[in-house]
Structure formats: C-alpha cells, structure tokens
Design a protein around this ligand. Structure first.
Ligand SMILES: [Zn+2]
Length: 179
C-alpha cells in the first residue's frame, strides 16, 4: 500500500474491463487491471482469511457471501460454495439450497442498508459467458438504484463508487441476521 494504490491481486473478486474510481479516498485508483495475476483461486482463499481481510459478510455451512472486489455497484455481493466447483449443475442439493437462502438474505440486507430499488442476480457459467473467475461458482447479487446509471462507464470505462469496500462490508455484515 503506497499512497492510496493497492495491489488487489490477493483479494477476492470478479474482474471486468472497468477501472474503479474510489471517489471518497483522494481520487485514488486501484490498479488491479482486468486480469490480476493470481496464484490461487480467490474464492477458495477468501474463507481462510478474517472477515475483514476476505471481504466476507456472512459464512454458512456449505456456502458464504463476500463483497466483489470489482463491484458493478456499491454493495455488489457474491454468493459462493466453499467447494471449488465450476458450474451450477455440479452443486449438491445442500449447496443449491444454501446459495439460494443466502441470496435471499443478501437481498433483504441490501434493501435495508442500501435502500436499493432493484437487483441483478445471476451466474456467468464459463469464460465465454463472461465469468471472470470461471473455475469457482459464484452468484452475483448487484443492488440497483433508479439513479445509479451515470456517464462514467460510457466515457471512461470507469465506474464511480460512492463507498469504500471496507465500509460497505461493515454495514452489510452488521445488518446480516445471525443464527
Ligand atoms: Zn476455488
């Protein structure tokens, strides 16, 4: 970490072609690029870290929820099985059920803490379908607001994010129901 620039390659997330403009933090960019070099699967590595370091907001029995390091929107969550499986049809009945239940809880929590108006929810299966991390299944839960579209993605391949990831993780995790 030097002067606002952080090597993001060790954190979990699904990269895309966008740069991020971290608006509250002295206009600093995270220079992750579209394909950060990784030595291991980020979704296998994250659960071994602390919640804060792994950007994890909730841990279940077969699946867990974390913030996407490369969010489309503030509050962009990912629901992953712990097991390193690539596609949805490889998931067990228990994993399917818990991914579904965690997705529902994620919607309720985001509606409460982020006051969003809608969601995009889905899984990209395979690199040809747009999966940035195609080896480990993950469901996107992206909150949407009526006012969230702006000109940044069009003119600069840049998305403006109004909250830093640590603050978002803290607010989502603290609102997550226990038990
Ligand atoms: Zn994995």
């Amino acid at each position: 970490m030097t002067d606002g620039l952080e090597d993001a390659a060790h954190l979990a997330g699904v990269p895309d072609e966008f740069q991020r403009l971290w608006t509250p933090h002295r206009m600093a960019y995270i220079q992750a690029g579209p394909e950060p070099l990784r030595e291991e699967c980020p979704f296998c590595a994250a659960p071994a870290k602390s919640d804060a370091d792994g950007l994890i907001v909730a841990r279940g029995t077969a699946a867990y929820v974390l913030l996407n390091l490369f969010p489309y929107n503030s509050g962009h969550l990912l629901v992953c099985p712990y097991r390193h499986i690539a596609t949805y049809d490889e998931a067990t009945a228990e994993e399917v059920a818990e991914i579904g239940a965690l997705t529902q809880t994620a919607m309720r929590v985001l509606r409460q803490v982020a006051r969003c108006d809608g969601f995009n929810i889905g899984m990209n299966q395979g690199r040809v379908a747009g999966a940035g991390v195609d080896g480990h299944l993950h469901q996107h839960v992206v909150p949407r607001w009526a006012t969230d579209a702006n000109f940044f993605p069009i003119i600069a391949k840049t998305k403006a994010l109004p909250q830093l990831l640590g603050e978002v993780r803290e607010s989502v995790a603290s609102a997550w129901p226990t038990g």
